[in-house]
Design a protein around this ligand. Sequence first.
Ligand SMILES: [Zn+2]
Length: 381
Amino acid sequence: MLDAGRSLGARALLQLVSAGPMSRAELARRLGLSAATTTRTVRPLIEAGLVEEQPPQESAGPGRPVRRLAVVARSVTVVGVKLTDDTLYAVLTDPRGQVLASETRPLAHTDAVRVSALIASVVTRLAERSGRRPDAVGISLGAAVVGRRTVVVASFLGWRDAPLADMVHEATGLPCTVANDVRAFAYAEAWFGAGRGRDPFGLVTLGAGIGCGTVVGGEILSGARGAAGSVGHLPVDPSGPPCEIGHPGCARALASTSGILAAAAGHLGCRAQDLSLDMLLSPRARQDDGVDGVLRRAALAAATIVGTFIAYVDPELVVVSGEGVGVVEAYREDFDAQVAALRHWAAEPVPVLTRAFEFDEWARGAGALALEAWTRVAGDR
Ligand SMILES: [Zn+2]
C-alpha cells in the first residue's frame, strides 16, 4: 500500500513544488494523466488558494497563450517536528519547503501528554516569530506509526499505542499527521531535496538505527502495517558481533552508532560512552587497526543495505544520510565497491549521494507530510 492513498492533488502539488511553474499540458504529461483529469485534479488546489494561474504568456507556436500553474508561497504554512529521546526540533515552512522559523527545545519529560503540550507551545512560538498562522502540524519520530495517527511503539520514549496525532490536535486545534522519521525525511528529499524529479527514489539513514524510505510515483511506501523500510536487523555478516536482541552481525550491530562505538570500545579497552563517531573518524584514531576495521566494516554493512535496496527497487537515486554518514564518506571506495558487487551484471549503476545530517531536515520532512495531508483535505472539499 502506498502511504498517501491515491492523492492526485498531492502528486500535482509535488510536481509544481519540485519543478516550478508549468502549463497544464506539461503537468498532465508529468503525471501521466489526461488533460481533463489534470484539470479536475488542479481545480480544488486553485480553489483552496494553494495553486494559482499565472498571467498568460505568449506561446512559442500557434494557438492560445499559455497560462502556467504555480504554488502560492503564502498560501499554507506548516509546522514540522522531529522528536529524539532528549530534544524537540521544529521548523515552520511554506508549501515550497522554505524554512521561515525554527525552534529547538530539550525534552525534559517524555510522556506523551507533556510532549504534546510542549509541541503546542512551540507551534505558538513559531507563529509569533514568523507572523504566520500555521495550518497543520506534522511530527516525525523513530517509531512504527499506523494510519499517520498512532505511534505503535517508540521504545526510546517508552510509548506504546500513543494516539499522538489526536493529542496534538487537541492541544493545538490544528490537523496533525504523525510519521516514521526516516519516511518523513525521504518525503522531504523527494519534495524539496536531492530526490526531486527522481522516481523511484530511496533514502537510507545511519544513526541510532538503520532505516530506509522509498518514494514511488511521488508517494512514500508505508507498508501494510507501517513497517516498510525496517531494514535495521537484516543479516549482513554472521561472523560479526550481536545486536542488542541477539542477531549476529545484523546491520544495526555493525553500522548503528551504538554498534560502532561498542565495537571500537572493545578494541580500545575503554567505555563506549566515552567515544563518539567524530572521535573515531579523526585521522589519528583511524591509525588504530582495530578502529579502522570497525569503521570499514560499518561502511560495508551500509553498502550491503544500499546495494540490496537497489536490487529490489532499481531507483533513479539513493541518498545516504544520518549521523553515521561520515563513516560512508570516509570509506567511500570500499562502500562503492560493495554496492557494485551486489549489482546485477546487466543493471546500470545507480548514483548514491551522501547528505550531511541536520535535524532540521528531519523536521522539514514532517512538515512535508503535514502539507501532503492538508492538500488531500483541500482536494476533498
Ligand atoms: Zn539485530
